[in-house]
Design a protein around this ligand. Structure first.
Ligand code: FCB
Length: 467
């Protein structure tokens, strides 16, 4: 697999999110988010880190956009901090917050980089959380009103929109497991209700964008997908993987179907409704039409998969504990980028965009260089599999690397580095890692560069380069 090519119009991107990179928590009158408050609780975050300073992207965005341009990135996926522009979540507008995003969009466009805006990547306004957050039925309207404001201010220049990032994570990790903000351990009925209101919020936001955006809008919501991979190519194992991929396998909502089925197909998966029958929100069926809105593509964040095989009556997840893992402990399973796009396209019949993929690694700076061979190997192998799916007819339209730069990795704090740009958090110095140079060549050549050993090409070659 040495010559995987991508179309000239394939979208090569990189992603970040507001709380993870912006910092500037107390600048320019922004409001508090649930993440600001969660990080104040001792012991919740590794080293008691917080996003208060992060990468100072708020102050250094011009430099960051310049680095993107040097890498040749065609699209930047970033999120908007809701409380930065609406400090109370609704009502009072913070013009300075809006101005920041407006300047960022202008800067990107000036460098020929397309802005891909995510409206909600977990930094929920603390004030609205105090009024019930996602448990409050009004939360869907709060989100729609916030969306209307953003669309009013940015849709003359932005046409790419994502509503929610990974409902699987902020609902389960934040409301059930308590390891992400707002740090709750609620009962399943409340978890399901919070998820349901987030879905209603998505539906309303899509309608707002469609009805009010000035530029034609392309809309989706980014899902966290853990891919079920067949252990062999046998028809039985493939069928087992397909079943497992979309089944509700646990008493929680970390699922490949729970959120995307209502958004795209207009109903919750039947096995889930059966499993949670006594816990479903009252008259939930009446909301389903409003939740299902036409989407333009399927946005999927894929890092890993589980291997499945058919056994007699049922399916079995194969223990792959011997697989190599990333610094997050996530198994390295490149064919997740083959089976994920394939199975998701099959079920939802939408073009696919990988909106996150990448790896955490304990990178070190040596003589001003970061030779992250492991990350290049990871990216090469995952992208090869994605290319294979595309060659077989899966309409894969783009790929966003997580992440543009090292950043605040939620409960893991700053310990886990996902960037292709290294950030020294003391000095805020940015250093392009070897993987950034590798990615630049992939983008420029529309094909995967052979895996290279350090020294085979110049890691100092940062000349602006656009294909
Ligand atoms: C995803 C999140 C993103 C980042 C990566 C590593 O679940 O969307 O913010 O933390 O994982």
């Amino acid at each position: 697999m040495t010559d995987i090519r991508f179309d000239k119009d394939f979208i090569w991107g990189a992603a970040t999110s507001s709380y993870q990179v912006e910092g500037a928590a107390h600048l320019d009158n922004g409001g508090l988010s649930v993440w600001d408050m969660f990080c104040r609780q001792p012991g919740k975050i590794a080293n008691d880190d917080s996003g208060e300073r992060a990468c100072e992207h708020y102050q250094r965005y011009i430099q960051d956009v310049d680095l993107m341009s040097r890498i040749g990135i065609c699209a930047y996926r970033f999120s908007i901090s809701w409380p930065r522009i609406l400090p109370d979540g609704r009502g009072r507008i913070n013009q300075r917050g809006i101005d920041f995003y407006s300047r960022l969009v202008d800067e990107l466009l000036a460098k020929d980089i397309e802005p891909w805006v995510t409206l909600f990547h977990w930094d929920y306004p603390y004030e609205l959380y105090s009024q019930g957050g996602w448990l409050n039925r009004d939360s869907a309207d709060w989100f729609a009103d916030y969306t209307a404001l953003v669309v009013d201010r940015l849709s003359d220049r932005v046409s790419q929109w994502m509503t929610l990032n990974e409902p699987q994570c902020f609902i389960n990790l934040g409301h059930l497991d308590g390891i992400h903000a707002p740090g709750l351990n609620m009962g399943m009925a409340e978890v399901i209700l919070a998820g349901h209101n987030a879905l209603r919020a998505h539906g309303k936001a899509v309608e707002v964008i469609r009805n009010t955006a000035r530029l034609p809008a392309s809309i989706s919501a980014a899902q966290a997908n853990i891919v079920s991979i067949p252990v062999t190519g046998s028809a039985a194992d493939i069928e087992a993987a397909r079943r497992h991929m979309f089944a509700i396998n646990e008493d929680r909502l970390f699922s490949n179907s729970w959120f995307s089925d209502p958004m795209i197909l207009g109903s919750y998966p039947a096995d889930g409704v059966e499993r949670f029958a006594a816990l479903m929100p009252e008259k939930f069926e009446q909301d389903l039409d409003a939740i299902r809105q036409p989407l333009d593509y399927f946005a999927t964040n894929i890092y890993s998969g589980v291997h499945v095989r058919a056994v007699g009556e049922g399916d079995e997840v194969v223990d792959k504990s011997e697989l190599p893992v990333t610094a997050m402990g996530w198994p390295i399973t490149p064919d997740a980028l083959y089976w994920g796009p394939k199975l998701l396209h099959e079920r939802y019949d939408l073009p696919i965009v990988i909106t996150e993929n990448g790896m955490a690694h304990d990178d070190e700076v040596n003589n001003g260089k970061v030779y992250d061979r492991e990350r290049i190997d990871y990216l090469y192998r995952y992208l090869s599999e994605y290319g294979r799916a595309i060659a077989e007819g899966v309409p894969g339209k783009g790929y966003f690397l997580w992440s543009l730069m090292d950043n605040f990795e939620w409960a893991e704090g700053y310990d886990k580095r996902f960037g292709i740009i290294h950030v020294d958090y003391e000095t805020q110095k940015r250093t392009l890692k070897y993987s950034a140079h590798w990615y630049r060549r992939v983008i420029a050549n529309h094909r995967l560069a052979e895996k290279e050993e350090p020294g085979q090409s110049s890691a100092d070659d940062t000349a602006p380069h656009k294909a």
